[in-house]
Design a protein around this ligand. Structure first.
Ligand code: SF4
Ligand code: SF4
Length: 176
């Protein structure tokens, strides 16, 4: 019994002056890895139109079946994207998402991008269904985000991505 007590005391003493491996989250935050992929956003073109054309390729590629896209027709009075159609409804169920990035890879317009934001906690299950009101970001925010992602070499530029696809290379956006 005494031996057990001394042994556990020794373990405690050995670790008491070591630097802790934990941090005081959320007051302290560790840097995430460059290739981290978490919360999605939908981007706009420079003229403000939505990059998403409502094609549902992301939903088709999603292994967790957590994207819901309902497309509508653009009209001269209500043009939302450069294509024929746009997403009237775009929803992602973050509870089902496994953050694989396949949706980003599948998107032909570079509309959907996974970001470094992993802080997705909430109180109600319904609040984990992210709609366009939370996914679609403004242009300055989108430009800054893409600049940051490209600077870190996290994704290929859209043109590089298209070229890689043409050459039959991997469609994955992350650089090795
Ligand atoms: S990251 Fe993967 S699981 Fe999540 S929405 Fe995209 S394709 Fe689906
Ligand atoms: S995010 Fe991309 S793949 Fe998904 S519906 Fe919009 S344009 Fe199509």
């Amino acid at each position: 019994m005494l031996a057990g007590f001394l042994k556990s005391l020794w373990v405690t003493l050995r670790h008491i002056f070591k630097k802790p491996v934990t941090v005081q989250y959320p007051h302290e935050r560790r840097e995430v890895y460059d290739r981290s992929r978490w919360r999605h956003v939908l981007l706009r073109h420079e003229d403000g139109l939505e990059k998403c054309i409502g094609c549902s390729l992301c939903a088709a590629a999603c292994p967790a079946d957590c994207i819901n896209v309902i497309a509508g027709e653009n009209t001269p009075d209500n043009r939302r994207s450069p294509g024929e159609r746009y997403a009237t409804i775009f929803e992602i169920n973050m509870l089902r998402c496994i953050f694989c990035g396949y949706c980003e890879d599948a998107c032909p317009t570079g509309a959907i991008v996974l970001t470094e934001n992993f802080e997705l906690s909430d109180y109600n299950r319904d609040d984990f269904i992210y709609g366009k009101d939370r996914l679609l970001i403004d242009i300055p925010e989108g430009v800054a985000l893409m600049k940051d992602i490209l600077n870190r070499g996290n994704v290929l530029k859209y043109e590089d991505k298209a070229e890689a696809k043409d050459e039959g290379e991997l469609a994955h956006t992350a650089k090795p």
